[in-house]
Design a protein around this ligand. Structure first.
Ligand SMILES: Cc1cc2nc3c(=O)[nH]c(=O)nc-3n(C[C@H](O)[C@H](O)[C@H](O)COP(=O)(O)O)c2cc1C
Length: 134
């Protein structure tokens, strides 16, 4: 696991929507927008599954994902890779259900995606584009 820097954490906290990419076991790619995203600690991101279908199927057979982080007005762009656990019950899932409905009362969280960050890469264009940062 790797630990995000304070600047990386600030960029994530300032970002509203994220593209979440997964792949099936045989490599069929899938990318979806997600907004129920919570930075839990420097190594962990939680994402709420309310509507995902292909993403969950992919994660069950290939439990890895990539997210990129960019938002207008904040310096930096990162690509994050993570190992993912899908939780449909338990204390953390119950906590996430509350966090999602506190954000939007009409949303029902069906499962919690726990992302443990395994790598962070530079996404900004320029000489360091693609460089592994962590
Ligand atoms: C801006 C935006 C944010 C979204 N955020 C989430 C989210 O946090 N969780 C979720 O389950 N679906 C979210 N959705 C819906 C999914 O991205 C969408 O239903 C997607 O098609 C899931 O598809 P899948 O079957 O490919 O996994 C969001 C959609 C939009 C447009």
């Amino acid at each position: 696991m790797v630990s995000l820097t304070p600047e990386m954490m600030e960029l994530i906290r300032s970002t509203r929507y994220f593209p979440l990419a997964t792949a099936s076991a045989d490599g069929d790619p899938n990318v979806v927008p997600v907004g129920s995203v919570f930075l839990i600690d420097p190594e962990t991101i939680w994402i709420g599954n309310q509507f995902m279908d292909a993403t969950i199927k992919n994660l069950k057979e290939n439990p890895r994902a990539s997210v990129y982080v960019w938002t207008q007005g904040v310096k930096g762009c990162l690509k994050i890779k993570a190992d993912v656990t899908v939780m449909e019950e338990g204390e953390d899932y119950e906590k996430m259900r509350e966090m999602v409905s506190a954000k939007r009362a009409d949303l029902k969280c069906r499962s919690l995606l726990v992302l443990k960050i395994t790598g962070v890469f530079e996404c900004t264009s320029g000489k360091d584009a693609g460089k592994k940062l962590l």
